[in-house]
Ligand binder design. Structure first.
Ligand code: DGY
Length: 336
């Protein structure tokens, strides 16, 4: 699909994206925009090389694409200066290869903070209160009357939420869980989350002034402290060499038997095969997963686990956010 065919700058988008503002931004700024309409979900390096062709000023691409030396050098040969990733995470981008080829990289932080945090909160609730399992039970026609033991889960109020990686998204998630469910906080991050700490302190004072139990916070010295102490743990690190398989068999073993673990960051942060074994051995341990180690696949056995809630990488999937991500992607092209 071609927009503004006579535009001076050739910009390729490897996917159609929500909204029209991003298209207008590019076409109003003298870009000829070519949107790939290929039905394949994941484009190969060869597919993208064909899209870049002989002349291309910039590419808007997706987190499912592997942007390394082959693509960056092709983009450079085609006269390109920018690759804009429609995602906040850029573990699919070899930054050094981009630098070597003089290609600037863009990503889309900010517009997806609350949307992603809301999904992590939804997964926390769905897992703690066994919502998906109960939904499937209803649809299967198995409900034959109220019972005291039916789908008993965990009450969040007064429990401890653990956040690993208290950046923008981790902090927004923490605030939702603290304010929404009156949970106490323990977090682990290399940096101090001062604004988050101030929020919990002020909210705790507010609760106390109203005669309620105040919430508390603690910055953990080690990640293990969070894993040992928290009842609901949400993972929000970036994926790099240091966070690959951050959650491994040893760390799973120190978590509470009835803990809830949520991951809306990147799949390889968890050793997913080990997680499946842990879920099998600990039926009261529950997970909510938005991302998977070998996306789009799940490790064998995960789909059979009743104590797992799984959704297909939709954390940023609100209309407002996706349109914002598309707009930012176009702006990132224009500034370069
Ligand atoms: C991101 O932006 O990195 C998310 O994973 C997709 O929105």
């Amino acid at each position: 699909q071609v927009w503004n065919p006579s535009g001076k700058y050739r910009v390729v988008s490897t996917k159609s994206m929500p909204g029209t503002r991003w298209i207008r931004l590019l076409t109003d700024n003298d870009c000829r925009l070519e949107i790939c309409t290929e039905h394949k979900t994941i484009l190969s390096v060869d597919d993208i090389l064909a899209l870049i062709g002989d002349r291309c000023d910039g590419v808007i691409g997706q987190l499912t694409e592997d942007w390394g030396d082959v693509l960056f050098s092709a983009l450079k040969r085609a006269g390109g200066t920018v690759f804009s990733n429609m995602a906040v995470g850029y573990n699919n981008v070899d930054v050094e290869a981009a630098n070597r080829n003089g290609i600037a990289i863009g990503n889309t932080p900010g517009v997806l903070t609350e949307t992603t945090a809301e999904l992590a909160a939804s997964l926390s609730l769905a897992a703690a209160r066994r919502i998906v399992e109960a939904d499937q039970f209803m649809r299967a026609g198995l409900y034959d009357g109220w019972l005291p033991h039916l789908f008993v889960g965990n009450l969040l109020k007064g429990q401890t939420v653990g956040v690993i990686g208290a950046g923008r998204i981790g902090s927004a998630y923490a605030r939702m869980m603290i304010e929404g469910f009156k949970m106490n906080l323990i977090y682990y991050d290399l940096y101090q989350a001062t604004r988050l700490e101030n929020f919990v302190t002020a909210y705790g004072q507010f609760l106390k002034a109203n005669g309620e139990e105040p919430v508390t916070w603690k910055r953990a010295a080690t990640m293990e402290d969070v894993l040992r102490e928290a009842d609901v743990i949400s993972l929000h690190p970036v994926l790099d060499k240091t966070t690959y398989h951050l959650i491994n068999p040893e760390r799973l073993a120190i978590m509470k038997k009835e803990a809830v673990l949520v991951n809306a960051s990147r799949g390889p942060v968890i050793d997913e095969a080990a997680l499946v074994e842990h879920l099998k051995a600990n039926p009261m341990f529950r997970v909510g997963l938005d991302v998977f180690e070998d996306e789009p696949y799940m490790k064998p056995g995960l789909a059979d686990m009743k104590n797992a809630v799984v959704v297909p990488h939709i954390a940023s999937a609100s209309k407002w956010t996706r349109e914002g991500m598309a707009t930012l992607s176009a702006l990132n092209v224009l500034v370069w």
